[in-house]
Design a protein around this ligand. Structure first.
Ligand code: ATP
Ligand code: MG
Length: 399
């Protein structure tokens, strides 16, 4: 019996993509598929009739390739398939091998022709292959709710046969939408927000504000662990660790307690923006959700926005804590986020932050600070760390 030739067949959603954006989408998708499977073995990638095919002849771990691909944004579904010549005999041979390995009470064949000049229609293919399966196993045909669905995709030069296609994450390929800077605390929300930006095709640069040496370095370690996890979705990340304790000390000297949180946030946003401009990022992103905590009122959000000269994106703004937590658990960031730590937000933070300050009030308290100097100090203190997934043999670890 001939050798099975494995391949992964990737489907993507083209709906919602303007025609002109399609080549860009596909270029980023192809690059990301190649990158995320680069350490697993030889992969040959082809684009064919609205699908991407990864030929895995001689590949040691086709299933691992499929699993990696299920974490590439832009992928609607991925299936481990076998490719055969487009003859009925060859299709039967591989269908036969697929069904003899499993037990199932009902099945259906779902044939599709990516080119319509193939001599058999999909209905005829369904019938012929269905009859073949019925001869081999004691199962019935069920078109509505089959236990096993056997997909047959006929392309011009060959046919792909597979079962169990798996749903991908959807979204847009990372890189297709440009770069944003995400403000990453050690909390539950901001890693989810960063992931949501990646899902919309953004490359995310992470900025974490820490209070070492006033507080232990736990928050830095958490930020690292979070970025490491999230890098599985964008393959390469920069984390900028910004010392913020000294800046907070200066704030405490002149700013009355209720106004401090908002002043800290505005300083964070200004520093993050300066770092974003250095890296040609076009927006910031935070994990804020409206009304979740005292500092996240509409008034405070307005005050924070007024400090920024670029858009601040808040992908979680309309989500409940429960929904955010569920997403964090699915992503595997939750366990990292709930590790106890002393984030800079716990340093010099008042018991009752103001929830409604006017722009004039905030500007009045900030007038006592040398804001440009503090921003320059934060920016100059930023230390960049690089993360990769999968690790490259010759990682360039410098900026
Ligand atoms: P999170 O769960 O993300 O910490 P939160 O509900 O605790 O959010 P806040 O503490 O008000 O809310 O922070 C709001 C947002 O400000 C965070 O989602 C994050 O984007 C940003 N942020 C807060 N602290 C830091 C920090 N130390 N470094 C970087 N960004 C921060
Ligand atoms: Mg927090």
């Amino acid at each position: 019996m001939s050798r099975l030739r494995p391949a992964v067949i990737v489907h993507y959603h083209e709906v919602g993509l303007k025609r002109g954006n399609r080549p860009l989408f596909l270029r980023h998708l192809a690059r990301n598929l190649t990158r995320t499977t680069s350490d697993l073995g030889p992969v040959r990638l082809r684009q064919l009739s609205g699908r991407i095919l990864l030929d895995l002849d001689d590949h040691p771990a086709p299933e691992k390739v499929r699993d990696r691909i299920l974490r590439v944004f832009g992928v609607a579904s991925a299936a481990l398939a076998y490719r055969v010549p487009s003859t009925l005999e060859a299709m039967k041979a591989v269908v036969g091998r697929l069904v003899e390995r499993r037990t199932f009470a009902s099945f259906r064949i779902s044939a599709r022709r990516a080119f319509k000049t193939y001599p058999l229609t999909s209905v005829e293919l369904n019938r012929q292959l269905g009859a073949f399966v019925l001869e081999k196993v004691a199962a019935r045909v069920d078109l509505k709710e089959p236990e096993l669905e056997i997909h047959v995709e006929v392309m011009p030069s060959e046919t792909f046969v597979y079962v169990d296609p798996m749903t991908g994450p959807g979204g847009l390929p990372v890189g297709a939408s440009g770069t944003v800077v995400a403000l990453l605390s050690g909390g539950i929300d901001s890693p989810v927000a960063a992931w949501r930006m990646m899902k919309r095709g953004c490359r995310v640069v992470f900025v974490h504000f820490h209070s070492v040496p006033y507080l232990p370095a736990t928050s830095q370690a958490k930020a690292r662990a979070l970025v490491e996890r999230l890098t599985e979705w964008q393959y390469e990340s920069r984390l900028l660790q910004v010392p913020f304790g000294e800046i907070q000390r200066e704030v405490v000297l002149t700013v009355p307690p209720p106004a401090r949180v908002i002043v800290y946030r505005r300083l964070m946003v200004r520093i993050a923006e300066a770092l974003a401009r250095e890296r040609a990022a076009l927006a910031l992103a935070t994990g804020e959700s409206l009304g979740q905590v005292a500092s996240q009122t509409l008034q405070n959000i307005a005050r924070i926005d007024e400090a920024a000269g670029m858009p601040i994106l808040r992908p979680l703004i309309g989500m409940d804590k429960l929904e955010i937590t569920g997403e964090a658990q699915r992503l595997g960031t939750f366990e990292i986020s709930i590790e106890p730590d002393a984030d800079c937000c716990t340093l010099f933070v008042p018991a009752h932050p103001a929830t409604r300050m006017s722009e004039d009030e905030v500007c009045a308290v900030e007038a006592r600070l040398d804001v440009p100097r503090l921003v320059a100090q934060g920016r100059a203190g930023a230390v960049a760390e690089t993360f990769e997934f999968p690790a490259r043999a010759h990682a360039a670890l410098t900026e």
